[in-house]
Design a protein around this ligand. Structure first.
Ligand code: TYD
Length: 153
């Protein structure tokens, strides 16, 4: 099974939407295997958003990501990276399709509710950035036989 990172952004927490967003991933059938709250700082954002460092909006993006704690979640499931990414919707929430998280809860390209890993390779790198091996919880998933067919992987 794949694992992917979701960061519930500070604005989402401040708007009181964190539970609702977590619930959407749960209802889809993804399994929560690690979760913690963390106040991000400039040092970790310089690494996490290194691909955006030259963009004019980079300082505002970082301010937004440091405005309050984030909730870091690791979700597990077959093809979890793509499934979670598609659930989030387009980066600019005004272009996100209704039914996606951003399309349902946001009007902004920056204050867009969640970060989601964009590839399996980046998911592994990002999970290592925020979680230690002991943060992951192994527990039975008795509903798996209802969530998946025996040949699905
Ligand atoms: P990016 O990695 O391109 O998108 P995504 O979060 O969908 O993987 O951008 C990271 C964050 O940077 C994005 O979630 C919000 C912010 N951002 C802006 O504020 N304005 C922009 O025009 C873009 C492209 C991103």
């Amino acid at each position: 099974m794949e694992r992917t990172l979701v960061i519930i952004k500070p604005g989402t927490l401040q708007r009181g939407l964190a539970g609702e967003i977590i619930s959407r991933f749960e209802k889809r059938g993804l399994k929560l295997v690690a979760m913690k709250m963390k106040q991000l700082d400039q040092k970790i954002l310089d690494v996490h958003y290194a691909h955006l460092k030259e963009k004019p909006f980079f300082p505002w993006l970082c301010d937004g990501m440091m405005a309050a704690p984030v909730i870091l979640c690791c979700w597990e499931g077959f093809e979890a990276v793509k499934v979670v990414r598609e659930m989030a919707g387009a980066t600019n929430a005004r272009k996100a399709v209704p039914g996606t998280i951003r399309g349902d809860y946001s009007m902004s390209a920056q204050e867009n509710i969640v970060h989601t890993s964009d590839s399996l390779e980046n998911a592994a790198i990002e999970l290592d950035r925020f979680f230690s091996p002991e943060d992951y919880c192994d527990y039975p998933s008795p509903l798996n036989s209802y969530l998946y067919a025996p040949d699905e992987k």
